[in-house]
Design a protein around this ligand. Structure first.
Ligand SMILES: *[C@@H]1O[C@H](CO)[C@@H](O)[C@H](O)[C@H]1NC(C)=O
Length: 337
């Protein structure tokens, strides 16, 4: 059993091309819960439910966040604020209820403070329930999540990351391009999904995909989650082999350099939590399954040998050498394990 959600800052849903695109994505990905941000339309849910093939729909108090769900799940609103709506979902398909927060953040740092406070408050209430938080946060967490501008966003990032660290939530990572919003030359990762540490109790496997950016300057976020077996979550472990991966030191350095807003031991404590959270994600999403990697590397060499044998030339020779180098690395990593 699985769970699929789509969260999209659609920037207007009243026109037919946007409605058709949402319909298509929901069908293609078997979406159970849909959140549309900035719908810019009056909340006529009977009409939109019929057009989009959903059974229930709600709007938050500012009418900037709409959430729809199918009849195989039931939802009730826990909290309704101007930048976030919290909904609890239950279904006979899932062993426990889970909570979801859908975000449409304001564009200024000062206005976002009440959102960060709402999320901190929810985090303290939902600490025993699987919970995900997703939407348009209207700011990014790290400098490497934007390009095309040098505007100083240190304070925006600090306040955002302070909330993340206070709430103990974890970036769910993503597949696809890093930036979710593009305007002219400016590209930023404004849209993202976090989970709390109880989320994997219910859904042991989950991933987020940044879908193609069409009909809006924001990419839709697709969350795929799969029900856990009864295996308890693995404790954090450091693997020596990680250091062989070319992104490892950069990953740690980036997290470590980022200010926590604390000094002394509290600073160290927060940095260690962040590094641990990031490495868990990094291990799962970037480092991957070392045995599978080894197998893939072996297959690549076999393939490259065949091609070189059939067409011996400098290009096929280089490709063969490259695949051998990758295999050597994969072998070393497997030996370290
Ligand atoms: C950006 O702003 C912060 C906080 O106001 C300041 O500490 C920092 O030096 C600034 N960075 C740059 C590159 O100007």
């Amino acid at each position: 059993m699985s769970f699929q959600a789509l969260i999209w800052n659609v920037r207007g849903i009243q026109n037919n091309p946007s409605i058709n695109h949402v319909q298509l994505l929901c069908k293609e990905h078997n979406i159970i819960v849909l959140a549309l941000l900035e719908p810019m339309a009056s909340p006529d849910f009977p009409t939109f439910c019929r057009k989009l093939s959903f059974h229930h729909g709600v709007s938050n108090v500012s009418n900037k966040i709409w959430v729809f769900w199918k009849s195989n799940i039931s939802g009730h609103v826990l909290k309704d604020c101007d930048q976030v709506i919290d909904i609890s979902f239950t279904s006979s398909a899932y062993s426990t209820p889970f909570h979801a927060s859908f975000i449409y953040a304001k564009s200024t740092r000062i206005e976002r403070r009440s959102l960060w406070d709402d999320l901190r408050d929810s985090a303290s209430q939902y600490n025993n329930v699987p919970w995900f938080i997703g939407g348009d946060f209207n700011c990014f967490l790290h400098d490497n999540e934007r390009s095309g501008s040098n505007t100083n966003r240190t304070l925006d990032m600090e306040e955002f990351s302070q909330m993340v660290s206070d709430s103990g939530i974890v970036d769910a990572g993503f597949k696809g391009p890093i930036h979710t919003w593009v305007r002219n030359n400016l590209q930023e990762r404004l849209d993202r999904i976090f989970t709390n540490t109880r989320w994997p109790d219910l859904f042991s496997k989950f991933h987020v995909t940044h879908l193609a950016r069409v009909k809006s300057d924001h990419a839709p976020l697709l969350l795929n989650a799969y029900i856990s077996s009864s295996r308890p979550p693995a404790a954090f472990r450091y693997f020596k082999m990680w250091a062989r991966h070319h992104t490892f030191f950069d990953t740690v350095e980036q997290i470590w350099k980022h200010p926590t807003g604390f000094n002394g031991l509290m600073n160290l404590h927060h940095k260690l939590i962040r590094v641990k959270q990031k490495l868990k994600w990094w291990n799962k999403h970037l480092f991957g399954d070392i045995f599978q990697n080894l197998k893939n590397a072996e297959n690549k060499v076999t393939q490259a040998e065949k091609i070189y044998d059939a067409y011996p030339n400098p290009t096929t020779k280089t490709a063969l050498h490259l695949s051998i180098a990758e295999l050597v690395l994969a072998t070393k990593i497997e030996e370290d394990y």
